[in-house]
Write a protein that binds this ligand. Structure first.
Ligand code: AMP
Ligand code: MG
Length: 420
């Protein structure tokens, strides 16, 4: 762990004590040490888990020369230069039922896609290009030697490393593992993430609201964002703004998890419980990040358990989750870092902004009839306006320095697709 994270404030003093978004993300990532425990899973259970042990193929893929087409396997040297070639059909090679006999000069074999190429043949002529008359096959014109033949090892040579540690397993990876006959894969164990909401005003769904109360939406946001195969998400409920309750909740959560994520209770005034408690049972640093929505965050540890305190306004909770918590969780799971996709789109409207904090506006990205990417605001941009997050499919990224954009300007956009 890096002490500098918690005690070096000089790096934070960008503008009025605010930390830049990239700087905050790097500091947080530096603080996280990936887990190292490995478990072995049947490949069908390993989707989206993180590869822990390198995988090498013991075999060549394809394992044998085979046909890419339904047609006729021939000896290329048999083809006549100036006239049609007539060959005698001597057998069939089906996928799973190869032709094992010899093929002499002037002979050919009917062959199906994926069937082994007979030893004496080197070329396949598509069935559409021949005329068949009983066992006589007429091939008009020439053909390239080796045409329509898939060679052994064309995809994977024996000994090749096909998967590297840190890769998140996609459907294609499971197929690659199966293709080399590997039934199991070593992946990092799931990380346990306990999460709870804090606030006396919060009421859980299923209970009528008293005056002054609101429903706790953040726990459901977090549940949604944490529902990933590499994460075991543990819902710890709502914690009232009471010192003992907060301390008990932190202690319980830290005991059973690798990370505790909370929302709310990190803004000035309220922060005291969280701060006092974490300082008593662990360590914590409060960051003010130059971003909107967002800004206050608490980062720390309780024993071996990391602590991420996200701001309470629901859109802030989501924006800080995606910009900070998710990259941190990915690092913790052992995943190699990947940069989220950012595309440039034409902004359909003017967006107001004052320089100072980077903004993550909620946008709707579309592709117009001319194939041009366009983006518009998805609704009101207040950090409590969750419906605009619900309507959005991207963040519109406005840098800290930006003083707003005019309609027609190009803007950077981070699609939600692939981010979640
Ligand atoms: P706080 O950071 O606790 O001061 O919360 C900031 C704002 O977010 C307040 O308006 C809270 O009522 C609201 N808020 C905090 N937690 C939640 C939650 N779990 N669900 C919905 N709103 C919340
Ligand atoms: Mg609160």
């Amino acid at each position: 762990m890096t002490d500098s994270l918690l005690h070096d404030s000089s790096a934070c003093d960008q503008a009025a004590g605010l930390l830049g978004v990239d700087q905050a993300r790097e500091k947080l990532l530096d603080y996280i040490d990936p887990i190292t425990e490995i478990e072995y899973l049947p490949i069908k259970d390993a989707l989206q888990r993180i590869v822990a042990t390198p995988v090498h193929s013991a075999i060549a893929i394809p394992p044998f020369a085979n046909s890419a087409m339904d047609g006729y396997a021939i000896r290329h040297a048999d083809l006549q230069a100036e006239q049609d070639t007539v060959l005698e059909l001597v057998g069939d090679s089906f996928a799973g039922a190869p032709y094992t006999g010899r093929v002499r000069t002037g002979e050919c074999v009917r062959i199906m896609t994926g069937a082994p190429l007979p030893e004496d043949c080197d070329t396949v002529i598509m069935q559409e290009q021949v005329q068949r008359d009983g066992r006589r096959i007429r091939i008009p014109g020439r053909a390239c030697a080796g045409q329509n033949v898939r060679l052994p090892g064309e995809d994977i040579e024996p000994g090749t490393e096909v998967l590297q540690p840190g890769k998140q397993l996609q459907a294609a990876d499971l197929g690659v593992l199966a293709s080399i006959g590997q039934a199991e894969i070593g992946v990092y164990r799931r990380i346990r993430v306990a999460f709870f909401s804090t606030g006396d005003e919060l009421c859980s769904v299923g209970t009528p609201l008293a005056f002054g109360q609101i429903y706790d939406s953040n726990r459901y946001l977090l549940q949604g964002m944490l529902t990933q195969p590499a994460i075991d998400a543990i819902d710890m409920g709502v914690i009232p703004d009471q010192r003992e309750a907060v301390e008990q909740a932190f202690t319980d959560a830290a005991r059973i998890s690798d990370v505790v994520i909370t929302s709310g209770g990190v803004s000035v005034g309220e922060a005291d419980y969280v701060k006092d408690t974490l300082e008593k049972i662990g360590e914590v640093n409060f960051w003010k990040v130059a971003m909107k929505p967002g800004k206050p965050m608490a980062i720390g540890r309780i024993g071996d358990c990391y602590f991420l305190g996200l701001p309470g306004n629901p859109v802030s909770t989501m924006a800080t989750f995606y910009q900070f918590a998710l990259p941190a969780l990915k690092k913790l799971t052992g995943q190699t870092r990947t940069q989220p996709l950012i595309v440039s789109a034409r902004c359909l409207q003017a967006l107001k902004k004052t320089p100072g904090r980077a903004e993550f506006q909620r946008g709707l990205l579309t592709r117009n009839d001319d194939g041009v990417l366009e983006v518009a605001a998805a609704g009101a941009q207040g950090s409590h306006i969750l419906t605009s997050m619900s309507k959005a499919n991207c963040f519109i990224l406005l840098s800290a320095e930006s003083a707003g954009v005019d309609a027609g300007d190009q803007v950077d956009v981070q699609p939600f697709y692939g981010l979640f």
